[in-house]
Design a binder for this molecule. Structure first.
Ligand code: ATP
Ligand code: MG
Length: 480
């Protein structure tokens, strides 16, 4: 393995890395940094926790130090917390340059951001929605001279998930110069490779870590088969065991919805576990504060939606628990990648109900690794089952009293208005879509029914034929 200086990295950057305990390049750094320094576009696909951030931060800082101006580099990322983390890496490593960065994310004061953007920071780290808003509404800054466009978690930025960035990306790309270096990174790039390549100008350098599995070897991947009704009892039992055995462990629990997050947080607090949550229904300032408290180990358990599944680098996390089986293998890869980072060990435990077994098979197929069963003393779980379920019900009632669902509706409407959509029209559109879906489902069921009926009739006909033939044979034999 080569060292940083043989990759062409300047001494001052090597010194900065050493201070951070980064002594030898990881494979993604070793392979992607030289082409980036040569001026090529780059697509880097490497496992979670393998140092992709430094693979783009270091070459950008080196180029910036040779010709410092603002705005030199734009980094786009899907979540606000990740934007802060990336900006921090730039700030720490770029300290000797007196690096000025600006973070442009939703949920924070737009006027302050506008002012900072107009002061020509060297690096802007942004989530697409808020940056596009600034571009639409202000002419006090320009992105026309940027030399680097970086998309971290690039596949998420391009896919049309629950947050669709495509319209905002169009606005942003329209404000960038055609001549630039584009760097795209993720642990799961391959299925969006074609769209990603279209973002790059010259033939990009593509690097993918060669490995049999898509999750890291240091990760112990487990599952627990638990029916929905006893999942929470398993969860409480698991956490009790971990906290009894390891005083310095932090745990992230991923759930499907904001409401699940809220209820589980309330429930685990009732059992005196130091728990805090992170989801999109919270005010941004609370989100940042909660994450900081978790990072500082003030709270050992973080309950989060997929807003925390990508990119976050928290070395103390030893366990990831999937309270629901992720519907997509990709989401699984990112969630469990919050532990076992940078060569450390970690455990992931996925709760699987009887309806999720096909999802586990899909995960195993994509990751090319097998999930092993996590052994639990069932009688210990059953002992606490009633207490856990009663506590959960109490929490649900308490949450209902706070109008959580109503707040969620208001929150959704606000989001739609911010996206420039009419909430009434959207509701109508959704209802129409539901109707179409229902019709389709009914139609499919009817088709299936008639196919089954036809098959049954055919079977009956052929049975009758056989029976007749047998009778004819019998009659012939008797006649003989
Ligand atoms: N060469 C290195 N040697 C040791 N540690 C490193 C090195 N490069 C980066 N790290 C550390 O590894 C950790 C993970 O890095 P990083 O967050 O960049 O991973 P990633 O590949 O972006 O993961 P993800 O896909 O989850 O976003 C960080 O704490 C970082 O400081
Ligand atoms: Mg990353």
């Amino acid at each position: 393995m080569s060292d940083f200086s043989s990759l062409g990295l300047a001494d001052w950057l090597i010194k900065q890395c050493k201070q951070l305990g980064i002594n030898k390049p990881t494979p993604v750094q070793e392979n992607c940094m030289p082409p980036i320094l040569e001026g090529r576009d780059c697509l880097g696909c490497a496992k979670t926790g393998s140092g992709k951030t430094a693979a783009f931060v270091l070459p950008v800082l080196q180029k910036l130090s040779q010709d410092p101006y603002g705005i030199f580099c734009l980094v786009l990322t899907p979540t606000r917390e990740l934007a802060y983390q990336i900006a921090e890496q730039f700030r720490v490593i770029g300290k000797p340059l007196g690096l000025r960065d600006c973070i442009v994310v939703g949920g924070m004061d737009m006027v302050t951001q506008s002012l900072e953007l107009s002061r020509q920071p060297h690096v802007v780290v942004a989530t697409p929605g808020r940056l596009a808003d600034h571009i639409r509404s202000s002419n006090t800054f320009s992105l026309k001279r940027i030399q680097f466009l970086i998309m971290d978690e690039a596949d998420r930025l391009l896919e049309q998930g629950c947050t669709d960035f495509t319209k905002d990306l169009e606005v942003i790309l329209g404000a960038l110069p055609a001549k630039r270096q584009t760097l795209l990174f993720s642990a799961t790039l391959t299925d969006t490779l074609q769209e990603l390549q279209s973002l790059t100008m010259n033939k990009p350098f593509f690097w993918e870590s060669k490995s049999e599995t898509r999750t890291v070897e240091e990760l112990d991947q487990r599952y627990i088969l638990a029916p929905e009704k006893i999942k929470d009892a398993y969860l409480v039992h698991l956490i009790q065991n971990f906290t009894d055995q390891h005083s310095d462990w932090s745990i992230i629990i991923f759930c499907k919805t904001c409401k699940d997050c809220q209820i589980l947080t309330m429930m685990l607090r009732k059992f005196n576990f130091p728990t805090i949550s992170l989801h999109s229904m919270m005010k941004q300032k609370v989100r940042f504060a909660n994450l900081s408290k978790f990072k500082a180990s003030v709270y050992k358990i973080l309950i989060a939606t997929d807003v925390a599944s990508r990119g976050l680098d928290i070395p103390t996390v030893q366990v990831v628990i999937n309270h629901n089986t992720p519907g997509l293998p990709k989401i699984y890869i990112h969630r469990v990648g919050r532990t076992a980072r940078a060569g450390r060990n970690g455990v992931s435990i996925t709760m699987v109900t009887q309806y999720d077994i096909h999802l586990v098979h899909a995960i195993e197929e994509q990751t090319q690794s097998k999930l092993k069963e996590y052994e639990v003393e069932e009688k210990d779980v059953l002992k606490i089952l009633t207490q856990v379920n009663v506590t959960r019900r109490e929490c649900e009632i308490r949450l209902e009293a706070t109008d959580f669902d109503e707040k969620k509706e208001v929150h959704k409407r606000k989001q739609l208005i911010l996206e420039g959509k009419d909430p009434e029209m959207e509701a109508k559109r959704k209802a129409e879509l539901e109707k179409i879906k229902k019709h389709k489902k009914k139609f499919k069921e009817r088709v299936q029914e008639s196919v089954l009926q036809q098959q049954a009739e055919q079977r009956q006909r052929s049975l009758l034929k056989k029976k007749r033939r047998l009778e004819q044979k019998k009659a012939k034999l008797e006649a003989k």
